[in-house]
Ligand binder design. Sequence first.
Ligand SMILES: CSCC[C@H](NC=O)C(=O)O
Ligand SMILES: [Zn+2]
Ligand SMILES: [Zn+2]
Length: 373
Amino acid sequence: MTSKGPEEEHPSVTLFRQYLRIRTVQPKPDYGTNPTLSSILLNSHTDVVPVFKEHWSHDPFEAFKDSEGYIYARGAQDMKCVSIQYLEAVRRLKVEGHRFPRTIHMTFVPDEEVGGHQGMELFVQRPEFHALRAGFALDEGIANPTDAFTVFYSERSPWWVRVTSTGRPGHASRFMEDTAAEKLHKVVSSILAFREKEWQRLQSNPHLKEGAVTSVNLTKLEGGVAYNVVPATMSASFDFRVAPDVDFKAFEEQLQSWCQAAGEGVTLEFAQKWMHPRVTPTDDSNPWWAAFSRVCKDMNLTLEPEIMPAATDNRYIRAVGVPALGFSPMNRTPVLLHDHDERLHEAVFLRGVDIYTRLLPALASVPALPSDS
Ligand SMILES: CSCC[C@H](NC=O)C(=O)O
Ligand SMILES: [Zn+2]
Ligand SMILES: [Zn+2]
C-alpha cells in the first residue's frame, strides 16, 4: 500500500505523527523544555447546569449560530468556550513550533457545577495532581458587558446553612406559644436584615464589587403537614457566600447567636462550609500576575480584578497552594452563565483564542522562582 503525499494525509495521521515526535522517553520524558520548573495548569470543567428549554430561543444543545454570529448553547459562556480556547491556543503554538521552559497541562474535570466534590476537590489530593507540579493555574471567570475583562483573584466561600426550629405543636385555631414557625421567623428576619446591610454596603460604595461583600439568600423553607396543625419542626435553608476578609470564627458565632436569640430549640447545620479562602496577589510581587497583566497591557486589554462571587474549582487549586486566576476572556458580552439563552459571539470566542495564544507563552516562560526548587 503506497502512502499519500503530505498534503493528502489524513489529519488524524498528521496528529499521530506530531505526537510521535515528542520525546516522552522515560526516565526523563520531555514534557517541557525545563521539567524542573513548575508547570502551568489550564483547568476547565466539562459539566453544565440544567436548562429550561421552553425559555430558550434555540435548542440549548444545538449550538445554533444566528445571522449576527451569536452562538446559543448551554455552556457557551460557562465554560465550554474556555476549554476549546485552551486547546486551540495550544494547538496554534504547537503548529508554530514554539517550545517553552514550563510545561502546560490542561485538565478537563467533572462536577464543578455541583461543587466539585467528586471532581477537583478529590483530584487536588491525588498523587496524579501533585505529579503535574502546577506552579500557577487558570480557571473560569465571568463575562463582562463592557470593553473590559474581569479577572478573579479570590473567591467568596460558600456556606450552606440549614436552620431547624422546634416548638410546641397543637391545634392551629389557638394562640399557640413557642411555635417552631415564630422562632424560625426571628432567625429569618435576623439573617435577612444582615443581607440588607451587606446590600446597602455594596450599593453605597462604588469601589466595592459584588464579591467583596457577604451575600445570603433564603433558598428553601420546609415543614408543616396541614393548615390546621401547628408543626413541631420547621426549617429554612440559606446560601451564604462569605467574603474572603471576613473573620470566619466570629461570623459562625454570629449565626449561632441569631439562632439562640430566637429561643429554645433552634439549631443550625452546614451542608457546605468552605473554610480555606485564598487570595492570589495582583501586584508585581506575584510574577504570575506580572506576566498575565503585562500581556493584557501589551494587547491593550483593560482588566478589572475582582473577587469571584460564586464558587469555582479555583478554590481547591488555591487551597493546595497553587496561585490561580479566574479568567474567561469575554468582554462586550452580557453575563448569561446559568441563564436562559446563554450565548457567545463567535468574534469574542476567537479573540479569546488570540488572548490565550499570547498569555500562554508568557506564563510558560516565567523564569525560575524560589518556589520551583
Ligand atoms: C458551592 S458548591 C456549587 C458551586 C457552584 N459553582 C458554580 O456555579 C456555585 O453555586 O457557586
Ligand atoms: Zn463554570
Ligand atoms: Zn457554572
